[in-house]
Design a protein around this ligand. Structure first.
Ligand SMILES: [Zn+2]
Length: 203
């Protein structure tokens, strides 16, 4: 992160990462190289979700339209990087095969739906994966942790629109009930320890 994240973000969000935790090394555990990946979905443009895009210059990258536009405006119109919030200009400069801007729920591929869950940021994408073992919902920063999910739902510290945030959480809850799904929390260390990690996978 040195020289890449602005100083203020390096102080607020110090990164503790072992070399084997880096994305290309995790893909290697699954027998894949970054250039094998043709489709990338970014939930939103915050630094801890949009980083590493330089590994996928040939991929089609799906982004939430409103957050992508807000982040682009933030890093280009505002000369002081310390006022860019959670966005990093380097992440927003990446050239990829194609950006696809999403603002409606849609099917990414058969069995995988993209859902819109705004609130944490102006736009935010989650995924619903229909697998033989069950349905998995990845709401990303719409729901950091089991504590935020409740019920009752609680607002998180970082928030763009609290009404949309609460609506999005209840959208996930409805889908969870509808499909008997498992919700995968994005930033929940205790929950993370219960998940299968590469090279294990869900099928
Ligand atoms: Zn975020």
């Amino acid at each position: 992160m040195n020289g890449y994240w602005q100083e203020i973000l390096r102080q607020i969000y110090p990164l503790y990462q072992k070399p084997e935790e880096q994305l290309d090394r995790q893909l290697a555990l699954c027998g894949a190289k970054p250039e094998d990946i043709k489709t990338v979905v970014l939930s939103h443009m915050h630094l801890d979700h949009a980083g590493n895009l330089q590994l996928f210059p040939h991929a089609t990258v799906y982004v939430p339209k409103l957050d992508f536009m807000a982040a682009q405006a933030q890093v280009r119109l505002n000369p002081n990087p310390n006022t860019h919030g959670g966005y990093v200009k380097g992440d927003m400069d990446r050239q990829v095969a194609q950006y696809v801007m999403i603002d409606e729920d849609c099917e990414l591929v058969p069995g995988v739906e993209i859902i819109n869950l705004p609130g944490h940021t102006p736009g935010l994408l989650g995924l619903v994966a229909h697998l033989p073992s069950g349905v998995y919902i990845l709401p990303q920063d719409c729901i950091y942790s089991s504590e935020i999910y409740g019920p009752p739902a609680r607002v998180s510290g970082l928030l763009f629109d609290n009404i949309a945030f609460m609506k999005s959480i209840e959208k996930v809850r409805k889908l969870e009930k509808k499909y008997g799904a498992k919700v995968i929390f994005a930033h929940d260390e205790a929950f993370f320890k219960t998940l299968k990690c590469a090279p294990a996978f869900y099928e």
